[in-house]
Design a protein around this ligand. Structure first.
Ligand code: ADP
Length: 498
């Protein structure tokens, strides 16, 4: 069938040509990688070039504070001179301790280092003391070194802090630290970073292209196969290369394609079978009714009976189809109640009273009450007995047995007919399966009976099965949970229909 509603698959890009869709994986990976590289490069530039000097100054200032703190802690230790010497040598700083009157207790100057404090007299020290007091205990100042330097103008950082000795005397601790200009370093770094930026961008782009290709290739291939599948090609193969996830996806899709193919095959078979089974009785009905209309002599009760039989066959088929589709769609809710299973089977067997010459013995030790859907369980028994009648043996007997074991009641239906080949025992439960499609008798049934039985018992959670030997007959059985026997409700064997 072709035409606008034929359901042919149209890939999305063909329907939305003008719309700009989201970027493909390849471009996304490329863009993501390049952005990442760019962010790294920008961060390197910011930290290495623009923030180098402020960082360096912050570190120097922190060092000076730390040195002052150590000196303050050792003001009364008696090792002040020694501590100051060590700090001075280790950190390359100038260190002074003075009082309010400008008397120097410690004066440690790093060799060849310029000093603001070292070159000033008492008056300046007193002035700094006042400044520190005014600023709340600490004071910082940056000043230019007057000493000549080959690496540019040097700056000195002064940190001053007041403290009190154990005797209650005021002291001023002064730390001077040299700040070397970082311009030359920044220049070197700039050149280095420029080269690094080019290398990183090129490397990033190369790697991104490689990765994008690796990631997108299997997905593109899977997408192609998915399009083929969507257009009805169930043989489409999904190749999963690369990552674990893609392999899993391909595996799942291959499985899906296989299942879809099975469903499609089943659908075709079902359609063929249903149309065949509908056509046969309809042709008969049409043929016979036309004959009866056109030829007055043919208007016989026998012909009318044939029409009635074919019509009831049609009704059976349609009913079975409806039952099965509702069962399979899961829309059937069980109407469970406690009922006497033994009595229900016995009453059902009365339907066969009219079948002269057929025997339906039913062996049951006692009446058993089960909790199930009575109508549906009766339908199960009815289908099994009907099948047994269809394939009945020479003895024209269908034997029913009720047994109990491990809290379960088992109903079995046995015939001594032609039996079922062992390799077909599994398939007979499938919808529309007939062991011998050419066989005359096979045309009697709809091929749906056992499938309905299976669905009903599955809904009840009951076990079921079949034992059969070719030429010897078959025994179909099912089980339902059975409550413990009531003491006064025991019945003896009973035969019916003889
Ligand atoms: P049908 O309406 O054709 O009987 P069923 O689903 O009830 O459909 O059964 C499926 C097939 O299983 C039958 O076509 C038949 O080949 C086989 N079968 C079922 N019951 C029996 C039986 N008692 N003896 C032999 N074959 C049977």
């Amino acid at each position: 069938m072709t035409g606008p509603d034929s359901g042919a698959f149209v890939p999305p890009e063909k329907t939305e040509k003008k719309k700009r869709g989201p970027l493909g994986i390849r471009h996304q990976v490329l863009l993501g990688f390049l952005s990442f590289t760019l962010v790294i490069v920008v961060l390197l530039w910011v930290f290495q070039i623009f923030l180098l000097n402020p960082f360096y100054q912050a570190i120097k200032s922190s060092e000076a504070r730390q040195a002052a703190k150590t000196v303050v802690q050792n003001l009364d230790s008696g090792k002040l001179e020694e501590v100051a010497n060590r700090l001075c040598a280790d950190m390359g700083i100038n260190l002074y301790v003075t009082d309010e009157l400008g008397t120097l207790y410690v004066s440690n100057r790093y060799p060849f280092r310029d000093s603001l404090v070292g070159d000033t007299g008492r008056a300046s020290l007193i002035r700094i003391f006042d400044l520190v007091n005014l600023s709340g205990g600490t004071y910082t100042e940056t000043f230019r070194s007057t000493l000549p330097s080959p690496t540019g103008v040097k700056m000195l950082f002064l940190y001053a802090q007041t403290a009190r000795t154990a005797d209650g005397e005021n002291r001023l601790v002064l730390v001077e630290s040299e700040i070397t200009p970082v311009d030359a370093t920044v220049q070197t770094l700039t050149v280095q970073l420029a080269c690094l930026t080019v290398v990183m961008v090129l490397l990033g782009a190369g790697l991104a292209l490689f990765l994008a290709h690796r990631i997108s290739r299997p997905i593109t291939s899977i997408n192609e196969s998915a399009k083929a599948l969507a257009s009805g090609d169930y043989q489409a193969v999904f190749e999963g290369t690369g990552s674990k996830e893609v392999r899993e996806l391909a595996h799942t899709l291959n499985h899906t394609a296989g299942e879809l193919s099975k469903v499609d095959q089943l659908r075709r078979e079902l359609l063929a079978n249903v149309s065949h089974d509908l056509r046969t009785p309809l042709t008969m009905i049409k043929g016979y009714s036309e004959v009866m209309r056109d030829l007055p002599g043919e208007n016989t009760p026998e012909n009318a009976q044939i029409i009635a039989d074919e019509a009831s066959r049609l009704t059976d088929l349609v009913n079975d189809l409806l039952d099965l589709s509702r069962l399979e769609a899961g829309v059937v809710a069980l109407d469970k109640s406690s009922f006497d299973l033994t009595a229900a089977i016995r009453s059902m067997l009365h339907r066969y009273d009219k079948l002269a010459g057929y025997h339906f013995p039913f062996y049951a030790d006692r009446n058993i009450t089960v909790f199930a859907d009575e109508l549906k369980i009766s339908q199960v028994v009815y289908n099994l007995v009907n099948n047994a009648v269809t394939y009945i043996g020479e003895d024209h007997t269908v034997t029913l047995r009720q047994t109990e074991e491990n809290g379960m009641v088992r109903i079995s239906v046995t015939d001594t007919g032609e039996g079922i080949p062992a390799d077909k025992l599994r398939d007979i439960w499938e919808r529309y399966y007939k062991v011998d499609k050419e066989h005359k008798r096979a045309q009697v049934g709809t091929g749906l009976g056992l499938s309905i039985v299976k669905n009903i018992l599955d809904l009840h959670g009951g076990a079921y099965g079949v034992e059969s030997a070719l030429g010897q007959g078959s025994t179909f059985w099912f089980e339902l949970p059975a409550p413990q026997p009531d003491t006064d409700n025991t019945k003896t064997d009973e035969k019916k229909g003889d």
